[in-house]
Design a protein around this ligand. Structure first.
Ligand SMILES: C[S@@+](CC[C@H](N)C(=O)[O-])C[C@H]1O[C@@H](n2cnc3c(N)ncnc32)[C@H](O)[C@@H]1O
Length: 327
């Protein structure tokens, strides 16, 4: 990898092929990015520059529509770099390679989330600096922060029974399971491999923890028995129509006085260009008002919006509204 000499050809070729692209600064950014690949990844002193550069590229390529990034030009500015350095970008041993390749068929799978929790850094020299950079991203810290947030909430509220929807490998809820000995937990995910991994991560708690492999969108939650329904890392993939349909079904799964606690990435979060340009990991980002709207439309009352210290995680907490249910 380090034997390849930067000849600036990626930026040059793009410039030749897209002479109508007005902002020539973009080519310099791509050239710098190539140089960073060739020197073996970013040093800490490069981090700010990379984030700013990716932000500029992202702004040039995308606009936002209903919280989702939509192409505004017909060129993928990163494509030539990804083609030239295939081995670098498409390699599951790096965090960004795993994110980009999506070996389990979807973004945000249990494996990438586990590696985030484990602060995993590749053994391969050319990925070490990139993986260290990855783990400093606010979005990545936000994923890790979820486990403390739900731990604290459950410790304070002492719910009798908790349902985690889109549980992945269960690492977000694991500390809470350890800590809350009087609470039962049900973990639901549609990915069989994620459920398998969650069972492994939570073995030894069979008396209080159970698992369901099911598509949450199609599932019915009519038993009215959960005191708390937690879902982090799932609603960011659902448009408003699906989100409201799911929240409405979850409403039926809550006991009287029960609450939902729903996470979503916030609009304006700083890691978005890195996630979307390098990892092709696209999410529906929402504002606190968007979150409130979803819960309101789905029949919840006493809605409250929270966030974590990164500001990337937004959470909407809402209580089951019995009036709404009977109407
Ligand atoms: C980003 S992970 C979040 C995992 C965990 N909750 C966390 O915050 O670390 C999202 C999970 O939602 C699951 N998922 C996506 N769509 C789903 C659906 N329709 N029904 C159930 N689970 C779903 C995925 O399989 C994945 O494990």
């Amino acid at each position: 990898m380090n034997a390849i000499i930067s000849d600036g050809s990626v930026a040059l070729k793009l410039r030749e092929n897209h002479q109508n692209l007005k902002n020539s600064e973009l080519f310099n950014i791509l050239d710098d990015f190539e140089k960073t690949i060739l020197k073996g990844g970013p040093d800490i002193s490069d981090y700010r520059n990379i984030l700013t550069s990716l932000d500029q590229l992202h702004n040039a390529m995308y606009r936002e529509e209903n919280g989702l990034s939509v192409k505004k030009i017909d060129i993928d500015l990163l494509r030539p770099l990804k083609s030239k350095y295939r081995e670098f970008f498409y390699n599951v041993s790096s965090m960004q390679g795993l994110s980009l390749l999506k070996p389990h068929g979807y973004a945000g799978d249990f494996e990438v989330i586990e590696r985030i929790h484990g602060h995993n850094v590749s053994q391969r020299e050319e990925f070490i600096k990139w993986d260290k950079f990855f783990h400093t991203a606010d979005a990545v810290k936000a994923v890790r922060n979820r486990s403390q947030i739900i731990l604290d909430y459950i410790a304070a509220e002492n719910p009798k029974s908790v349902l985690s929807v889109g549980c992945g490998s269960g690492l977000d809820i694991r500390k809470a399971v350890y800590n809350s000995t009087a609470t039962t937990f049900t973990l639901l995910d549609n990915d069989a491999k994620a459920i398998e991994r969650a069972k492994k991560n939570l073995q030894g708690f069979d008396d209080r923890v159970s698992f369901i492999q099911r598509n949450a969108i199609r599932a019915k939650f009519d038993d009215k028995d959960f005191s708390l329904i937690w879902s982090a890392g799932l609603f960011d993939y659902l448009n408003d129509r699906l989100a409201i349909a799911l929240l409405t079904r979850l409403h039926a799964g809550l006991a009287d006085g029960g609450k939902v606690f729903i996470g979503n990435f916030a609009k304006g979060q700083i890691s978005r260009p890195y996630m979307e340009l390098i990892g092709e990991w696209f999410l529906i980002h929402r504002t606190p008002e968007d979150m409130k709207h979803l819960l309101k439309e789905s029949g919840y009352k006493n809605i409250e919006i929270r966030s974590d210290e990164t500001g990337v995680n937004l959470f909407a907490v809402g209580e089951k509204d019995l009036n709404r249910e009977s109407s």
